[in-house]
Design a protein around this ligand. Sequence first.
Ligand code: MSP
Length: 549
Amino acid sequence: MPEKKEKYYLTTPIYYTNGLPHIGHTYTTVICDTIRRYKRMRGYDVVMTTGTDEHGVNVERAAKKAGIPESEFVANMAAAWRALWEELGIAADEFVRTTDLSHVRAVQWLFKLCKENGYVYKGQYTGQYCIYDNAFVNDAKPGDNCPDCGRPTETLTEENYFFKLSAFQKPLLDFYKKYPEFIQPETRKNEIVSFVEGGLKDLSITRTTIRWGIPVPGEEPHVFYVWFDALTAYISAVGGPDFEKRGYWPANLHVVGKDIIRFHTVYWPAFLMAAMLPLPKQVWAHGWFLMDAAKMSKSKGNVVLPRPIVNMLGMDALRYFLLREVVFGQDGNFSYDALVTRYNSDLANGLGNLASRTAAMIEKNFGGKVPKPSERKPQDDTIATETQTAIGEVLERYEKFEFARALEAIWGVIAAADKYLTSEQPWALGSSEVDQARKATVLWTTAELLRIVTVLAHPVLPDSTAKVWTLLGQSGSPGSFELDGLRWGQLAPGVALGKLQALFPRVEKAEAIERIESMANEELNPTPTPAPVAVASSGTAAGAATAPA
Ligand code: MSP
């Protein structure tokens, strides 16, 4: 554990405001929130940033279509993004909007530094531009489609400020070599290294064809290229030019989707090198959640929304599914069927069932107080050792952001508990002194295991583990438990259990899917009534959506 609280700064990408969050965006934010909770439990002083990327031609167009000024359009969208993260309990510590004055100043400051250091010059640029991705498409010819989104590119000539990206080929390659952990996972690193080895062209970083952007001081109508603007949000969120005062820059971690890794591992470090500012320590690229093997997008009409799932099954179920279902870094398929199956098997039958039967047996046999264990049998020691070993393994997995493996190890402990109960059968023991003593040992052992599982699962399942924590009569939140101090044997006998709250009520699959789909449909195509779509309804399995963290 760090001596004095060491700072840990992590970021989600800042999201475009021309759409609303779907499961893909939720995935990125859930990953960051899980890392934030985990790092806090390891004693770090953590700040997590998210925000909205509000400039560019797409916003100009969307605002025009909506018949409102851009500033109003983005304010509405930013408010909607912020509100949804809060509703889902994954609001970040800092929310940066690229229209914030502090951000505008930070972008202008970064540009000034790059220019003063000789890395910016004025020139003419003609190229194929993808207006959807806000990027010139390298090597594309007129008539070519954008390789990323497949839509037609447009030929664009303009006077631009250029950034001397070509000067950073060697510094970047040296940097990747010196810090082999900078780009993760390894496969992405190889891609980027060969991209940079292939040569870097200078990059145009201002535009005169776009109106809705941050002005280049004294150079109107030049506005900043969206990526120069957007990437700077990471530093403007923690003080901009005054970043040293707050002490969170350089970031420890940028979590991004694989589609935007190049911007984060080539352009961004080059901008910072040019400005002579400290570089982030790591960029982690996760894969995509696919729907019918395609990336979700509103235009394809295959988006999955988080809210209906949360209303039906609870936020923890969604978090669990997202992190358990795919290996971090790889793509995964999203299906309601797999989601509900995992919910019933791992959450309702697994953790939920273990918690409720343990509590019920302690209630019935020991008046709701944690019993005092007595003489141990070898099988008690075996499960204690297994659980203790799992603590080490889970922490190691979390440390490497191997969430699926961490959860697998935790659920291995839950399965061991089920087996242990089945073989020890505390319910079949009588009321003799010997039997009572045995019952006490078995139930203490199970409750202790449950306590450890609760702490370990907390970064992924914050709400339900808080309920189990209360159930076990523990004070505070499992989130304030220091992971490094977690050991077998800390559960004090005599503690009164708290109230059993519904954790993960079992659901009938077909019915649950139908309800989720109908809520999603309603949210995507609202019936024209004055009231907005319901946020949380009482008739749901898991009750209301989670409160802000
Ligand atoms: N605004 C830029 C980021 C600027 S960061 C300085 C952007 N925004 S985005 O809204 O399009 O995407 C934000 C993140 O969501 C990206 O990391 C992207 O990979 C992620 N996802 C969008 N759809 C996704 C899936 N279907 N699955 C997983 N993540 C995906 O890019």
